[in-house]
Design a protein around this ligand. Structure first.
Ligand SMILES: *Cc1c(COP(=O)(O)O)cnc(C)c1O
Length: 431
């Protein structure tokens, strides 16, 4: 897609030529909404999917597990197969279940044990889990807890790759850590939540495997906006949430992938919903893991919390992930160009080459927090990430070039008039 020049008229013309333009009408979008990487917007299709489950509940009650169409018993597996093309996996390698954080617990725990003969707690000399210092905090909290539960000191068994510039992670540093440390499991994000850097999943997977480590990824900030090829490049496991670019609603049920090579492995956090489906209701004492990613489910699938994803995925597939990515790249290219045209007080904190950038742009400014607050009052929803980032995510299904133009104009105006000074500086707490 072409990137428009720096006029409103050009932005409008680009919107008129946009093949995905009509998708916007399927969503309820509050104001100029640039926070779809935090919570995606509601679509009519998601709302209808929830209504359908509510009707089924009313009509079938407990029989809905088998009588609802589609049945609830296989809800997580069926939705997993529906997400699979977005991450480049086979149907049975994906399951919709849990939350991202819970899925990190079970998958990192499982693969760390697997690397240590089935039990890291019983191993003579367990290695480390490799992460980076710009990770989303919950990822580290969960991994550290998994290490502690195996009687290991997280300070000794978590290897953290440092950023050189505070914004990005150099893949070469990850490779060096793999070469010099005893890494059992690499666990990295596909896209860094603050700068939006898109890491090279294929390269990191190959490097991990070269050094005898498993490769896992957190796709929270890329699923639905960047295509993936997890099976194709041999990723061992992955997790992600569905409430960001996949528009499945607040706290929507998350997703996970486990390469078919590893199916049948006993999950670190086992539960009856991960049991082999055919015999689950025989209520045996012994746990037999399902021969699919479904084995990593723990308890009963939360059907109501998964339903919006069903509708959201119909919309996503109709648009097509390649067209979504192409528009996303054009929108962020345009935003980068507009920010470059503002005062020097603004800096683009995201990689400039779109090959290395996900779906959002980090705009750095000394008054980022107050600018974010001022934008919200002007119906432009962005978010602030400490210490100095205004995060702007033009979600391709419901955001256009003129919206991007508007955000840049608002920033220009706020900076020139200093209107942000009417807002209290940040004082800690919830931002
Ligand atoms: C959004 C996000 C999460 C969220 O985890 P939840 O369990 O859904 O709260 C985790 N990791 C990353 C990298 C994220 O961006």
């Amino acid at each position: 897609m072409d990137v428009p020049d720096m006029t409103r008229a050009a932005a409008r013309a680009a919107d008129e030529g946009d093949a995905l333009r009509e998708f916007r009408d399927r969503f309820d979008v509050p104001g100029t909404y640039m926070d779809g990487n935090s919570l995606g917007a509601l679509s009519e299709a998601s709302e209808a999917a929830v209504d359908r489950v509510v009707d089924q509940w009313r009509e079938h009650a407990v029989e809905g597990w088998t009588e609802a169409d589609p049945d609830w018993f296989h809800y997580g597996e069926r939705l997993g197969a529906k997400v699979a093309p977005l991450v480049g996996a086979r149907d049975e390698e994906v399951c919709v279940c849990g939350s991202t954080t819970v899925n990190i617990h079970t998958l990192v725990g499982t693969f760390f044990d697997l690397a240590n003969g089935g039990s890291a707690a019983a191993a003579d000399d367990p290695g480390t889990v490799l992460v980076n210092d710009l990770d989303f905090p919950t990822d580290h909290y969960a991994i550290r807890a998994q290490l502690r539960q195996r009687g290991l000191d997280p300070d000794d068994h978590l290897t953290v790759v440092e950023s050189g510039d505070g914004r990005t992670i150099d893949e070469a540093r990850v490779e060096r850590a793999l070469a010099t440390e005893d890494v059992d499991v690499l666990f990295m994000p596909s896209v860094l939540y603050r700068s939006g850097q898109l890491l090279d999943v294929e390269r990191l997977t190959a490097a991990a495997h070269d050094h005898g480590a498993y490769a896992g990824f957190d796709l929270a900030h890329s699923v639905g906006v960047v295509p993936h090829d997890l099976s194709g490049v041999g990723v061992d496991f992955a997790v992600w949430c569905h409430y960001k670019y996949l528009n499945a609603g607040p706290g929507a049920v998350a997703g996970l992938y486990c390469n078919e090579e590893h199916v049948g492995t006993t999950p670190a956090l086992a539960g009856w919903w991960g049991h082999e489906k055919e015999t689950q209701f025989e209520m045996r004492r012994e746990f037999t893991p399902a021969e699919s990613a479904g084995a990593f489910q723990i308890g009963t699938v939360p059907v109501l919390a998964a339903a919006p994803l069903d509708g959201a995925l119909d919309v996503h597939h109709e648009a097509g992930i390649d067209r979504i990515r192409a528009k996303s790249v054009a929108l962020t290219e345009y935003l980068v160009a507009l920010v470059d045209d503002l005062s020097d007080a603004f800096t683009v904190g995201s990689p400039r080459d779109p090959v290395h950038r996900g779906g959002h742009v980090a705009i750095e400014h000394g008054e980022a927090y107050r600018l974010t607050e001022a934008l919200k009052d002007r119906d432009v929803v962005v978010d602030f990430r400490p210490p100095n980032v205004v995060r702007v995510a033009p979600a391709p299904l419901y955001t256009g070039f003129e919206d991007v133009y508007d955000v840049a104009e608002r920033l220009r105006e706020l900076h020139e008039t200093r209107a942000y000074e009417e807002y209290e500086p940040r004082s800690g707490g919830v931002t």
